[in-house]
Ligand binder design. Structure first.
Ligand SMILES: NC(=O)c1ccc[n+]([C@@H]2O[C@H](COP(=O)([O-])OP(=O)(O)OC[C@H]3O[C@@H](n4cnc5c(N)ncnc54)[C@H](O)[C@@H]3O)[C@@H](O)[C@H]2O)c1
Length: 341
């Protein structure tokens, strides 16, 4: 029989102190910097390894900016220096030696990740856990390129990692589930509401769900049902209204399961199930469009508008975090506890 409700049975009582463990981050681009910020805020001493020289130029400034803003938003109590004292940025992989946990956060490229694992594993201890922030490479595939696959996991963060509550901990075929549960418990200390993905699958949970949505959105535009603007507006004002409170299952519970059952029968056969990369996105990428980063994406931007979108997104992540903290996963349980007092 298929198990729909697997309870992890993880002992959360054993509190793990981040301050007692050094953490390593390898790759200091967009995500590596926010992951480093998150780990510093949680109390870890962080060894941040820069595999390319540009990281050395930008990483400290980026992390400092995150910490400054976090202070302004009252996400942290102390000024950036307090946290930066615990940070080492280096090009030397050897500095990772004392780390109990390493997060690899380099480009989404198998060959690069493979090389980086060799360098990390040649220095870290036998009991250290090695993880990858890969967006969609199956963990079992990455495990083929490490010496000790049992201690290897996917650790999938959402940008900006120091404000988002999302974290997927993904087991590969050869991962030791006990170590996965340990990571799951530890990540609560990072301010996360984590998910333990016990069986490896390409794209994990949210990317599988979101990519189904991206494919359908592109299908609707390519086939003239709506414009990019219309699709975005509909998504923002529908899913955007409930998704921070409720996941897809809670949403169906809240709004009536029977209606979904009725719709699925007739709607599913009409949904896009293409396996090709759609023309709309292919054309943008082939012409060098990156999105807001270079003001060329699905929408049109002036340079100034693109910059302001980036800033507005950053502002929004702090705002939505405040709302998310008011509505944690156990919000109803907490309310009930309050009424029983
Ligand atoms: N951007 C996101 O929102 C997001 C979300 C989830 C997961 N991820 C994943 O996180 C990882 C990093 O993504 P990012 O957005 O931080 O990318 P990025 O382009 O900002 O940074 C990539 C980093 O890779 C490293 N790198 C580049 N060339 C290298 C080389 N030849 N050898 C070794 N290291 C090299 C550098 O440290 C560089 O800063 C990817 O696997 C990506 O799929 C990204």
């Amino acid at each position: 029989m298929q198990a729909y409700n697997i309870k992890p049975g993880i002992k959360m009582s054993k509190k793990i102190k981040p301050s007692s463990m050094e953490a390593g981050v390898v790759g200091l681009g967009l995500m590596g910097c926010s992951i480093t910020t998150c780990l510093l805020i949680a109390g870890h001493k962080v060894i941040a390894v820069a595999p390319v020289s540009t990281d050395m130029q930008h990483a400290e400034k980026r992390i400092r900016t995150h910490l400054k803003r976090s202070l302004k938003e009252k996400l942290v109590k102390y000024a950036p220096e307090h946290y930066l004292k615990r940070l080492t940025i280096t090009e030397d992989y050897g500095m990772l030696k004392p780390c109990g946990l390493v997060v690899e956060c380099t480009l989404e490229n198998m060959d690069i990740k493979k090389q980086v694992y060799g360098k990390i594993e040649s220095v870290i201890g036998k009991n250290a856990i090695l993880t990858s922030n890969t967006s969609a490479i199956p963990i079992s595939l990455l495990q083929e390129h490490v010496k000790f696959p049992a201690r290897f996991f996917g650790l999938h963060w959402a940008e900006p990692s120091h404000t988002t509550r999302f974290l997927e901990i993904i087991c590969g075929n050869k991962s030791d589930i006990k170590k996965g549960e340990w990571l799951y418990a530890l990540s609560h200390q990072w301010g996360k509401e984590p998910t333990l993905v016990r069986k490896d699958i390409r794209g994990f949970i949210t990317n599988r769900i979101m990519y189904a949505a991206y494919r359908e959105a592109i299908y609707l535009v390519e086939n003239g049902y709506a414009t990019v603007e219309d699709v975005d507006r509909a998504c923002r004002n529908n899913a955007g209204y409930w998704m921070t409170l409720a996941g897809v299952f809670r949403w169906m519970d809240l709004t009536g399961v029977q209606a979904y059952h009725a719709v699925m029968k007739d709607l599913f056969p009409t949904l896009c199930n293409s396996t090709e990369v759609p023309r709309l996105i292919d054309d943008i990428v082939k012409k060098g469009g990156k999105g807001v980063a270079n003001a060329r994406g699905f929408h049109r931007y002036t340079k100034q508008e693109a910059e302001l979108w980036e800033k507005t997104f950053t502002d929004f992540t702090y705002e939505i975090r405040k709302l998310a903290l008011k509505y944690p996963e156990d919000v109803v349980k907490k309310k009930l506890k309050g009424t029983r007092k």
